[in-house]
Every structure is written in structure tokens, then in C-alpha cells.
Design a protein around this ligand. Structure first.
Ligand SMILES: [Zn+2]
Length: 465
């Protein structure tokens, strides 16, 4: 059967010439809101998040090296007690949805290494909400936070290390997404993860990501939340509770030599799958969150001198981004709890803005629910470059899983950061499209759409000769 082809007509051409100059109207931004997702977001509770952060901070010291023996667990001290509690929360949510969650652990012994002085058991705790559609259940979207904490000395397992912001806040986001989204059904699968070993050197997430890769798990997007507490230190006039930063890699960490050669020749260093995920976060934020809060994209993998669990997933070739509050307060992370010269140090719950964390949780939940409701991205998206011509022909294979009812071609000038909302052409259920616009001047992408308007991640084409 010949592929269905779509060609842009003259009237549409006039329109798209105007599009770049237009601002994005509010009505366009809110188009395609799914009432079920909007209802789920209303269930996100700042009070529940506050209770969870205070509970985690109450385990005294959650260093990966801290106690995990039965006596310490009975006393509610150390990382063993923390992970048991996280597991019990996931089980509680699962009970409330008739056993809809599979609660699991990924456990291994880390041999001595940097910041690991002796063999140490590291346990990642997670819950799976399996997709309801057999054709889409293998597609996975994952949200993560790290439940280990540290104080000034990364080997100190005795002194208080409440880690309220770093990273009980991120674990609270993962837990709250599990609590709220487990009440709904999605065609694709969601995983809610809490990892350990982050502060010692990303050990937990590395193990999980390597294992996922070895199993051939199709994780289409990872949302890592680390330091999303909003920092409400008294007197900090530069904090901005309306922004959460979303970091994403440009040149993929896992790119091979051939891919790097292509990036050098044609550009594309601003179009990694992780960056498409970041742009998706922005679009979803505009669609579902109120005016007073939204993501700000930062086009780098992470902050200077810092790393996080999303990098473990990037290393395995997965699209992964990091959420972090807008302005960090270094007196309140990686510091022993103390007062010096009138300055309070330590990562205490009183410096966390629970309403802010709830907004971050809403954004994560909206992205997860949107992606898990949407069709898979179209496969093998190509841009045909056999001959020199000013039109552009794109071709792709249908979105696997049968949810797609159509496709959209997006484009943007090479200097534009995001996909302008009006630079979209619906091409029906065609699998090729010819656009009278030169591939040399813009960046194209294709995404799949279903009948309710859920959109897949955008895929930038590979050149095909
Ligand atoms: Zn952290």
C-alpha cells in the first residue's frame, strides 16, 4: 500500500509565513486540555506533601551509609527506616486503588568506591502503574527523587541530616504523583521511583538505569526532581516561587562518534530527545498550570559543579530532565544543622515552601499523565535529502501502539528555543509530508496525536540519502 502523502496548500503556506511573527494566544495554549488530567491535578495536596517531607526529615540521617538494621528501623533512624516507610506508602496507595500498583525494590551491594568506604547495600524503591493497553504497556514514563541525604561530611552517618529540600522534596513529588495518578488509568506505564546513593555519587540511579537498559525497557521520558523545595529562607528577596528550572542536555551524553559527526555538520545540538522532553514540559505547564507558576527551561545538563540522577539515565541513552527550584540557598543544603554568627544552617523543613512543592508535583503529574495518555512518538522519522531542493519531504513510520489518529509537523527557525505554537501543520494520518520550506533554514519535527488531542513527544528527523 503506498504511503499516504500530504502536501501543503497555498492558503496554509500564507498562514505559516505569518506564524513566526505572532504571539501565542492564550486560547491556543489551553487547547486540548484533558478534563481527567485537570481533575487529577486538583487532588495534589500541599498538606500531604508537607507530611511526607516532615516524615522523611524525621529519620535523622538518611545517608546511604547510615544504619539499616532492624534495631535502627525500629527506632525510626537511618536510611533503612526511610526506605521501609516509602515502600509502605506505595503499598498504602496501592490498597486504595485495588492493588493497581506493583511495589518493588532494586537492591544491590555497592563495593567500596568513591564515598563508599565499605560494601554497602543500596536499595531503590519504586511503584509501577502498568499501562492498560497491551499495545502500549511497554512504553514507560518515570518520575524520580533521591531519598538519601547528607550533611557537611558525606561520610557522616550520625549527625542530623534532615535533607528536607535535598531531596525529601523530590521524593515527595514522586510519592504524590503515585498517590494521585494511581486513581486513574493510562494506556502507557508509569514508574514512581525513589533512589538512594545519590549523594555518594549517583550509585542508585546508575544501577537502575543500567538494569533498565539491560532489560530493553522502553523508558520514553524521565523526570528527576532534586531540590524542588522552593527555599523560603526569611529575607531572601530574590527567590521566585513562580519558577521551577528544568535542565536538559544538549549534545546527548550517550551520542556515538557517528552521531557527533552529524551534529557537527548539520547542527541539532539543541534538539536531543531530552530537550524535546523539556519543551514538552513547557507546553504542558502552559496548558495545565495557573499563571502564577511554570517551568523555565535551562539548556544545559545540570548546574555548574553539580550532577543528578537524570544523568544516569542520559548515560544509558534515555531522555531525562532535572527539575530544581529557581534559586538555591547553600546554607540549607549539604550542611550540618547549626547556628553560626546568627546564621542558621541545615536542610530543615521550615525552609521548604510546601505550596511550591505541590506546584512542582502538579507539573510532573500533568507531564506524566499527558505522556501516558498520548500515542507513542512516530517511528523512524526521516528527512529525505536525496536531491538538492527547496521543499522539504519528511517520512515516518506510524506511531506504534495504534493510539495515533494523525500527525503534526512542527518547525522553528534554528535560532528559536521552543516550538512556536502556531508553527504546526496537521497532516492527517499521512506518513509522508512535503512542506514548501527549506530544511536548511529551519528545524523540523513530527509528533503523533490521538482523537482527544493528546500529543506525543516531538521527534526530530534523521537525514536520509
Ligand atoms: Zn540532591
Amino acid at each position: 500500500m503506498p504511503a499516504r502523502t500530504w502536501t501543503l496548500g497555498t492558503a496554509a503556506l500564507l498562514l505559516c509565513g505569518m506564524a513566526a511573527a505572532q504571539t501565542q494566544p492564550a486560547s491556543a495554549r489551553k487547547r486540548g486540555v484533558d478534563p481527567q488530567i485537570a481533575a487529577a491535578l486538583r487532588r495534589v495536596s500541599a498538606a500531604q506533601i508537607e507530611a511526607n517531607i516532615r516524615k522523611l526529615a524525621g529519620f535523622h540521617n538518611r545517608s546511604t551509609l547510615s544504619a539499616a538494621d532492624p534495631a535502627a528501623i525500629a527506632q525510626g533512624r537511618g536510611i533503612g527506616a526511610a526506605r521501609q516507610w516509602i515502600q509502605s506508602e506505595f503499598l498504602r496507595y496501592s490498597q486504595a486503588c485495588g492493588g493497581c500498583l506493583e511495589v518493588k525494590t532494586d537492591s544491590f551491594v555497592q563495593e567500596p568506591a568513591d564515598r563508599i568506604p565499605k560494601p554497602t547495600e543500596i536499595v531503590n524503591v519504586y511503584a509501577v502503574l502498568p499501562g492498560t493497553d497491551p499495545e502500549n504497556v511497554q512504553r514507560i514514563y518515570l518520575v524520580s527523587g533521591h531519598y538519601d541525604s547528607r550533611n557537611s561530611d558525606p561520610l557522616n552517618v550520625e549527625d542530623e541530616a534532615p535533607g528536607a529540600n535535598d531531596d525529601a522534596s523530590g521524593v515527595a513529588v514522586s510519592l504524590e504523583c503515585a498517590r494521585v495518578l494511581s486513581r486513574y488509568k493510562f494506556p502507557a506505564t508509569l514508574i514512581f521511583l525513589a533512589v538512594a546513593g545519590e549523594e555518594q555519587g549517583l550509585y542508585g540511579s546508575q544501577h537502575f538505569a543500567q538494569w533498565a537498559k539491560s532489560q530493553g525497557m522502553n523508558i520514553e521520558g524521565v523526570l528527576n526532581n532534586d531540590i524542588v523545595g522552593g527555599n523560603k529562607t526569611p529575607g531572601d528577596t530574590q527567590r521566585d516561587p513562580s519558577i521551577v528550572r528544568v535542565f536538559s542536555e544538549g549534545v546527548p551524553t550517550a551520542a556515538n562518534e557517528a552521531e557527533l559527526r552529524r551534529l557537527r555538520a548539520l547542527g541539532g545540538e539543541n534538539d536531543s530527545p531530552s530537550r524535546q522532553l523539556a519543551r514538552y514540559v513547557r507546553e504542558v505547564g502552559e496548558k495545565y498550570l495557573s499563571k502564577g507558576f511554570g517551568p523555565k527551561l535551562v539548556f544545559r545538563r545540570d548546574r555548574y559543579l553539580r550532577g543528578g540522577d537524570h544523568i544516569s539515565f542520559n548515560q544509558q541513552g534515555y531522555a531525562a530532565v532535572r527539575f530544581t527550584e529557581y534559586r538555591e540557598d547553600y546554607n540549607h543544603q549539604h550542611q550540618n544543622v547549626r547556628t553560626e554568627k546568627g546564621v542558621e544552617y541545615g536542610d530543615l523543613p521550615k525552609f521548604v515552601d510546601f505550596q511550591y512543592v505541590a506546584n512542582v508535583a502538579r507539573l510532573n503529574a500533568a507531564v506524566l499523565a499527558s505522556l501516558a495518555s498520548a500515542p507513542a512518538p512516530p517511528a523512524k522519522v526521516r528527512l529525505l535529502t536525496k536531491q538538492l531542493e527547496n521543499d522539504t519531504t519528511l517520512a515516518w513510520e506510524p506511531s506504534p501502539g495504534g493510539l495515533a489518529t494523525g500527525y503534526e509537523v512542527l518547525w522553528r527557525p534554528t535560532t528559536e528555543a521552543e516550538w512556536p505554537i502556531l508553527n504546526v501543520e496537521s497532516v492527517g494520518d499521512a506518513t509522508t509530508a512535503t512542506i514548501p520550506r527549506s530544511k536548511d533554514n529551519v528545524i523540523f519535527a513530527v509528533r503523533a496525536v490521538d482523537k482527544k488531542g493528546h500529543r506525543s513527544l516531538a521527534v526530530v528527523p534523521m537525514p536520509e540519502r
